[in-house]
Design a protein around this ligand. Structure first.
Ligand code: UTP
Length: 300
């Protein structure tokens, strides 16, 4: 029987150029979405899926990520002495049972290159990859990963890749998967027959876009090692997955259910949308945010 997966890689070393100047001196993965930085949602999702060893791929100007997950005894004792239980509870994420590891990608040579830096950490086991700038909404954000890990085990897959439906005129922005058959049922693995990174407008083979969560067997590291850089000199994860398919390895797409929406902060449009949706859904401040939006709605 295969071991349960307990290792995850979180790539967070990209330059975030589409979010300048906000990302000039701070990582985009630390941008707040409501009351928490994006990468905290990602880590909490991984912890809820019992992934206890988390490798974050960082880079220059990314130190704030390490600080965020580092217990700060001075801050904690100041809060304790002040009896500030409510704020202490907000910092509970630091104490949860997971170990953090960090490695630096000195120059951002692509998502595939970043993940390849995790090969020694993964050490021939299966692993999860969760992009540090993307989060999953819903009652239980870890539900997709749990189901994907189960499917990965049952199917002895090389890869199970989360996908979501996107409008046809946006397909050129994403990695796009081709699958066996037509419309896949949400929440079930479907064999992937091909995958292409950012197809030119109007040429996408489907509207199934790769959605920032993956479960891999160690074969991905062999595929990454054999993947050539693209025209921009970047090693694309999508190209390595394509190679896995060409190598005859079992690769599956896993369609997120409509209530398990993927959000990202990759550009200002998606960041604003993400922030607004999460602020409106906030259990403590959502009511005030909704009231405010209603009040100004007539001006929009
Ligand atoms: P993106 O391609 O959206 O991020 O990568 P980017 O390169 O930071 O964005 P722009 O184009 O410059 O605005 C998605 C995730 O993969 C990580 C990013 O940090 C992000 O979390 N990534 C990307 C790396 O870790 N290394 C890379 O070389 C590229």
């Amino acid at each position: 029987m295969t071991q349960p997966i307990h290792k995850a890689i979180v790539p967070a070393a990209g330059l975030g150029t589409r979010l300048l100047p906000a990302t000039k001196s701070q990582p985009k993965e630390m941008l707040p979405v409501g009351r928490k930085p994006v990468v905290q949602y990602v880590v909490e999702e991984l912890q809820a899926a019992d992934l206890t060893q988390i490798l974050i791929i960082t880079g220059r100007r990314k130190r704030a990520i390490e600080d965020h997950f580092d217990p700060d005894p001075v801050l904690l004792s100041a809060l304790e002495q002040a009896g500030n239980e409510a704020v202490l509870a907000e910092l509970a994420y630091i104490q949860r049972k997971s170990r953090f590891f960090y490695t630096r990608q000195s120059s951002p040579k692509g998502l595939g290159h970043a993940i390849a830096l995790g090969a020694d950490f993964v050490d021939n086991e299966d692993c999860v990859v969760a992009l540090g700038d993307s989060l999953i909404a819903g009652e239980d954000p870890a539900a997709p990963l749990r189901a994907m890990m189960q499917a990965h085990r049952e199917l002895k897959a090389a890869a199970v890749v989360a996908v979501e439906q996107v409008p046809p005129d946006e397909a050129h922005r994403y990695g796009i998967a081709s699958i066996q058959g037509s419309e896949p049922p949400p929440g079930e693995p479907v064999a992937m027959t091909d995958i292409i990174e950012k197809p030119p407008r109007g040429t996408a083979p489907s509207t199934l876009a790769v959605a920032a969560r993956y479960v891999f067997s160690p074969a991905i590291f062999e595929a990454l090692a054999r993947t050539l850089p693209d025209r921009q000199g970047e090693i694309q994860l999508t190209d390595a997955i394509k190679l896995l398919i060409q190598m005859g390895q079992p690769v599956y797409a896993w369609l997120l259910r409509p209530d398990q929406r993927r959000y990202d902060v990759g550009n200002f449009e998606s960041y604003f949308r993400t922030f607004i949706d999460f602020a409106l859904a906030d259990e403590r401040y959502g009511y005030l945010a909704r009231q405010y939006i209603k009040a100004i709605a007539y001006e929009l």
